[in-house]
Write a new protein. Structure first.
Lengths: 293, 400
């Protein structure tokens, strides 16, 4: 079953008829995801990819019973799209859009306070429960089913980690790309917590990067609550201070933002920290075998 | 996006924030004209000549000088313009100064003592809200204050649904210990500053020092303003504030090709898809015994043109002794990327350094076959571990 999404999830796509929305909706449908419709204001009543198009998220949810929305809306309009989805009470909104202004995300975060909708992202690859449901832009075939949960700030590094885990003889329950922006809907700690409470996840890979305090917060929670082995990696050990490394959130500001500081805290909290990103899979396999034995 | 002090102050003024007045100059002659104009406008007797570069700690490097006469303005502007200014934030190479700000002297004597404060506006990532961070200890390195007297740093968080409230501005003024007219000035300063921050879509304001003058005015003496890159489309006029002199020319060229490139000081270049994997690849290079020469994210569409542009950009750096291409093909098929590499190779001609190509993901095997059959002198790998080993091997070969 995994976490957040599974074979029973019904997905609607915001920005359905745009080029990104179209391409990735096709990919999701091919994977077997139950995409039940989409939203493009002004195109309501038409069909796209053999599925109904609606003018509003409210209509789409009412007609299709969707519980998950994925957002491919351009950055200038994405905050509005996320809030529109959250207003309908869908359980999950996955925002793929990269480049949403910080001021917009401050308002989104405020809007979501006290609402039951969970946001993943923005600027993320999405969520995939292996073999069941892909709500994102990741290459589905990499994520072979198994018992390892992955939480990561980055896209291709998530694929890399999943690939290594699979090649090491394990598989993936759910992979969650939480996004690399300064303000995101679901934190590393929250994702880890979901995996700890999931009966089908037996081990966790936690991938972070320089900037912010999400990994330290997650590590402290793990120390207090861990019942499952965690392998951790922080990208950006060689990144210089003050330079933004691609992601808007990936910038070393203070002493606690550095990869070294984060890795130290994670080690102290009992996480199996790897220095080389090439060793994520093999370390997970080693740790899992130890647990089994 | 970073902007200069003089540009930041112009923006602040538009929102009613009182600042130390100044006029920017690019030559010693312009500096003298600026000083005269400033004297007419403000009555200032002395001037401060301030180097305009995108880095803090300018005073420590000799980039800020007091001038007590027009002759001194000319002399000091002449010394500073064109200098290679090294500050704790520039790195050892320093930055070339192209402009100076001729600013009024605001530390004139008067009825009351002057007092310097610190104030910044920034995002609290944990709560997703903006905070105003401020301290009675202004004019010095805030990291130092945080380390030695953390109880003198205060934070005020702002609820975005209602914005900064008057009680919050008053609280800040009380905590800073100002009274009388200075109190009124401070509350006005704080509310205008916050409004400017929000309306300009900034990602950081740092005013250090905020000065209480001897006649109880509150002024921004310095202004570090960082604009949110993601919001620049709503502020087309701010795009023009970008100063290409402050950026590495290769980084500017890369951005024209939509490549995300940051130049570093190492000997192994890298080309990667995705920011996280790019950082991880830099880490691999270091662990393999090299030093990363750059960060480079080619993005989701690593086609022949982009790969070629990326190769050309990496090769501009003469320190680069080898290049590691690390692509995890998802939606992008590896064989297409491989063909892109081959086409780029053929178009550039002989690449002067050995190249290690690691392609994994969709059609990785076909990609490796393409590379191996192409006759190009590249080392190819599929696993990340293999790529790391190749980096070590190639570096050993190069270093004899």
């Amino acid at each position: 079953m995994g976490v957040l999404v599974n074979k029973n999830s019904k997905i609607i796509v915001q920005g359905f008829t745009g080029s990104e929305g179209t391409f990735h909706s096709q990919q999701m449908i091919e994977y077997g995801t139950s995409v039940v419709g989409g939203i493009t204001p002004g195109k309501g009543g038409t069909k796209h990819l053999d599925r109904p198009v609606f003018n509003t998220v409210e209509q789409a949810v009412k007609e299709t019973g969707a519980d998950v929305s994925i957002v491919f809306v351009p950055p200038a309009f994405a905050a509005d799209a996320i809030m529109e989805a959250a207003d309908t009470g869908v359980a999950l909104v996955v925002a793929i859009t990269e480049g949403i202004p910080i001021r917009d995300m401050i308002m989104v975060r405020e809007f979501l306070r006290g609402k039951k909708t969970r946001l993943i992202g923005p600027n993320c690859p999405g969520v995939i429960t292996a073999g069941e449901c892909k709500v994102g832009i990741m290459p589905g075939f990499v994520f072979q089913p198994g018992t390892i949960g992955i939480v990561s700030k980055s896209g291709t590094l998530t694929y890399e980690a999943a690939d290594q885990v699979v090649k090491a003889g394990l598989g993936i329950s759910t992979a969650i790309g939480i996004g690399g922006d300064p303000i995101i809907g679901t934190t590393t700690k929250e994702a880890v917590e979901l995996f700890m409470n999931d009966s089908e996840t037996e081990g966790i890979v936690m991938i972070g990067e320089i900037g912010g305090t999400l990994e330290a917060e997650a590590a402290r929670w793990i120390k207090a609550n861990s019942r499952k082995p965690v392998v951790g990696f922080i990208a950006g050990q060689t990144a210089p201070a003050g330079r933004r490394m691609g992601h808007a959130g990936a910038i070393v500001g203070g002493a606690e933002d550095t990869a070294a500081a984060k890795m130290k805290i994670m080690r102290e909290c009992g996480i199996n920290v790897v220095e080389s990103p090439a060793e994520i899979g093999s370390t997970m396999a080693r740790v899992m075998n130890k647990v089994v034995a | 996006m970073n902007i200069h002090e003089y540009q930041g102050k112009e923006i602040l003024q538009r929102f009613g924030v009182a600042v130390q007045e100044g006029i920017v100059a690019e030559t010693p002659e312009q500096a003298v004209d600026a000083a005269k104009k400033l004297q007419q406008k403000t009555g200032t007797q002395w001037w401060v000549v301030k180097a305009q570069i995108h880095a803090g700690g300018r005073g420590k490097g000799g980039g800020v000088k007091l001038a007590k006469s027009l002759d001194e303005v000319k002399e000091k502007a002449g010394n500073i313009i064109g200098m290679q200014l090294v500050t704790p934030q520039t790195g050892a190479h320093g930055k070339k100064v192209h402009k100076v700000l001729i600013a009024q002297d605001v530390y004139y004597p008067g009825a009351n003592p002057t007092k310097e404060f610190y104030m910044s506006v920034l995002l609290n990532r944990q709560t997703g809200r903006n905070i105003i961070m401020y301290s009675t200890e202004g004019g010095m390195d805030i990291e130092h204050v945080a380390a030695t007297t953390p109880h003198l740093i205060f934070k005020e968080e702002i609820n975005p649904s209602v914005g900064l409230q008057p009680y919050q501005a008053r609280k800040i003024a009380f905590n800073l210990g100002v009274s009388g007219n200075a109190f009124k000035e401070m509350t006005k300063f704080v509310s205008s500053l916050y409004r400017a921050y929000v309306e300009t879509d900034s990602s950081l304001f740092e005013i250090n020092p905020v000065l209480k003058t001897s006649d109880d005015k509150i002024l921004a003496v310095d202004a570090k303003v960082n604009l949110d890159d993601n919001a620049l489309d709503r502020h087309p006029d701010y795009k023009a504030l970008r100063d290409l002199n402050e950026e590495d020319p290769t980084e500017v060229e890369a951005s024209e090709h939509n490549l995300n490139y940051v130049k570093l000081d190492g000997n192994v270049g890298c080309m990667v898809n995705g920011a996280g994997l790019a950082m991880a690849t830099m880490d691999i290079i270091k662990l393999a015994g090299g030093e990363p020469a750059n960060f480079l994210d080619v993005g989701g569409t690593a086609n022949a043109q982009r790969v070629e542009a990326a190769f050309r950009i990496i090769l501009k750096d003469k320190n680069v002794k080898t290049i590691l291409v690390n692509i995890f093909g998802g939606i992008v098929r590896c064989d297409r990327v491989a063909q892109g590499i081959i086409d780029a190779y053929n178009s550039i001609g002989e690449l002067p350094v050995p190249v290690i190509v690691r392609l994994e993901g969709t059609n990785a095997k076909e990609a490796k076959e393409l590379i191996d059959k192409s006759g190009l002198k590249v080392y190819s790998a599929i696993l990340l571990k293999e790529a790391a080993e190749l980096v070590t091997k190639v570096l050993k070969k190069i270093n004899g």
